[in-house]
Design a protein. Structure first.
Length: 242
């Protein structure tokens, strides 16, 4: 029987690529979306064509009650997750003096609040079932080095790093690993409006990364080979800000 892995924000971009990559390597996938149900259905069909099972959970990761109810019900009906990838997130860029209250609140509530809202109903069932599972969080080069116009985003992603390291310490004796991936400039919808040609000049590899390159790392961290790796932040950034 294949292990189930919940991947938030898996209807597109990096989350979609991680879902497909893990499915190709024998995992069953629990897809998540908020509004892009149609896109999630397409990903589910692609996973089914790969010979793996997939189902979709639709909820808002900022809604704590909704997260708890839907995730707990899914675990009750289908069993404890082996792995979780916290990929869903947003950005609302603005220079700090001009930043609106909702631009701060929405980014922090989604990116950092989502960490709590998703993992709170997940972790105790993993411990109770003695699952030697895997938790992967998603930070960013902005969470490591900061970035102009992203005080809110950088704060949320830096917070993810601190939360990851602390949770890794708590769960290590249970055999559950908790690691963080920090992508740089990855070619997705989220970066399509960035001045990519200018950014390439400061990236040592002189190119953007691909979602597949992030997904391959997630696949490794999910594997038994990575059982002794926990509390780590691994960058996929072409050498940016080393």
């Amino acid at each position: 029987m294949s292990e189930n892995i919940l991947i938030t924000g898996s209807s597109r971009g990096i989350g979609r690529e991680i879902a497909l990559y893990l499915a190709k390597n024998g995992y069953d996938i629990v897809l998540h979306c908020n509004s892009n149900l149609q896109k999630a259905e397409i990903v589910r069909e692609q996973i089914n064509q790969l010979g793996q099972n997939a189902r979709i959970l639709q909820f808002d990761i900022t809604n704590r009650k909704e997260c708890e109810e839907i995730i707990s019900k899914d675990i009750e009906q289908n069993g404890v997750y082996y792995g979780i990838v916290l990929n869903a997130g947003i950005s609302k860029d603005n220079v700090f003096p001009a930043m609106a209250d909702d631009e701060w609140d929405e980014v922090l509530n989604t990116n950092l609040g989502g960490f709590y809202n998703i993992l709170k109903p997940v972790v105790m069932p993993m411990i109770s079932a003695r699952i030697r599972g895997r938790i992967i969080t998603m930070s960013s080069v902005s969470g490591l080095a900061g970035n102009r116009g992203q005080v809110n985003y950088s704060a949320s992603k830096a917070g993810i790093i601190g939360a990851t390291k602390s949770l890794a310490l708590e769960l290590a004796k249970r055999g559950i690993t908790v690691n963080c991936i920090a992508p740089g400039v990855i070619d997705t919808d989220m970066t399509k409006d960035l001045p990519v040609d200018e950014l390439k000049k400061i990236i040592p590899m002189r190119r953007t990364g691909t979602a597949k390159e992030v997904a391959s790392l997630a696949n490794y961290l999910m594997s038994e080979d990575a059982a002794y790796i926990t509390g780590q932040v691994i960058s996929v950034n072409g050498g940016l800000y080393l």
